[in-house]
Design a protein around this ligand. Structure first.
Ligand code: UDP
Ligand code: MG
Length: 313
């Protein structure tokens, strides 16, 4: 099978028939062998019965329905576990992403040698204040922290080699950072394609400006996990020792000055509080590192590695 098209959705009943017909038309025109996997993420409208009707007319369509709303990452995760196509495409259900982009993305993976290609909504049809501007900042920060040169990390339209989605685990709200996770997993050929973006035709957006605050917290998590989850002490230990030594330096200075300057009211001096706080924080960080180290020693993943190839085994 060439393609698996994965579509997470929540309350998109009006868009589904149009989207499905459009995909079918593009797939026919290019003669792809394909499957469409809808994941109904706990819709409260008629989305699921619409999907049932679509399925009865077209066996390319497969679908999963969640018992309640778990979020876009969960929806992608469930679909990624069952995809059969060589190339996996994800797209939003709200007709903001165009199926016409699929053949181009497919070619970039098959002929261009990319592991992952992300869409770039260069011309965007969303609210400027709540979406477009914060998104510029968000993308700039993510680009700097991850070292991946993408303009639009959170674009719903992306294409992957099947092995890539099998090797990463999307959870929480980490769907925003799939390219970062792919890079940690060793997939460095990450490309970008300018894609057509369209205004939302039906329904309303499911994400507001809060996504950016949560997004930044998730970014620190993912960077930390990628770098230090198997050696947390190297992070906490370093900073803990650093704080403790500076605190110790201040204490030494206070003790010496107590005798030289005959200054006995130590609690009046800012250095006293600095010394105390730094030594306590330092010890805490060190302990946190130690506990994290014990935890990572006990996880079943402590020795799980992604193997690319084997020879003579
Ligand atoms: N979505 C989902 N679960 C959720 C929220 C959204 O599956 O909890 C789907 C939604 O139906 C759409 C896609 O994720 O297909 C992108 O959402 P939306 O269009 O609301 O985001 P925006 O385009 O405004 O960033
Ligand atoms: Mg949308």
């Amino acid at each position: 099978m060439d393609l698996s098209i994965v579509i997470p959705l929540k309350d998109e009943e009006e868009s589904l028939p149009e989207l499905s017909a459009w995909i079918q038309q593009v797939m026919k025109a290019h003669q792809f062998s394909y499957e469409v996997i809808f994941v109904d993420d706990g819709s409260s409208d008629r989305s699921w019965s619409v999907i049932e009707d679509l399925r009865s007319a077209d066996t390319h369509i497969k679908a999963i329905k969640f018992q309640r709303n778990y979020g876009k990452s969960a929806a992608l995760h469930e679909a990624f576990r069952i995809v059969q196509g060589d190339v996996v495409i994800t797209m939003d259900a709200d007709l903001q992403d165009s199926p016409e982009e699929i053949p181009g993305l497919f070619r970039m993976l098959q002929d261009g040698g990319f592991d992952l290609v992300s869409g770039w909504k260069k011309k965007r049809y969303d609210n400027v204040v709540t979406k477009n501007l914060p998104s510029k900042l968000y993308n700039a920060v993510t680009r700097r922290m991850s070292g991946i040169k993408l303009h639009d990390f959170n674009c719903g339209l992306k294409a992957y080699r099947r092995k890539v989605v099998g090797d990463i685990e999307v959870y929480g709200e980490m769907h925003r950072y799939i390219p970062v996770m792919a890079k940690w997993a060793g997939y460095s050929k990450i490309g970008e394609k300018i894609v057509e973006h369209r205004p939302r035709k039906y329904g309303t957006s499911k994400f507001g400006w809060e996504r950016f605050i949560n997004g930044f917290l998730d970014l620190t998590t993912i960077m930390f996990i990628g770098k230090f989850s198997k050696k947390p002490m190297q992070f906490f230990g370093l900073w803990g020792t650093f704080c403790f030594i500076i605190g110790l330096g201040f204490s030494g200075y206070l003790i010496i000055s107590k005798f030289i300057d005959r200054e006995f009211a130590l609690t009046n001096r800012p250095a006293f509080y600095l010394a105390m706080t730094l030594m306590i924080i330092g010890t805490q960080l060190f302990l946190a590192g130690f506990i994290a180290e014990m935890i990572s020693r006990n996880t079943s993943e402590r020795n799980s590695y992604l193997v690319e190839k084997k020879l003579g085994l």
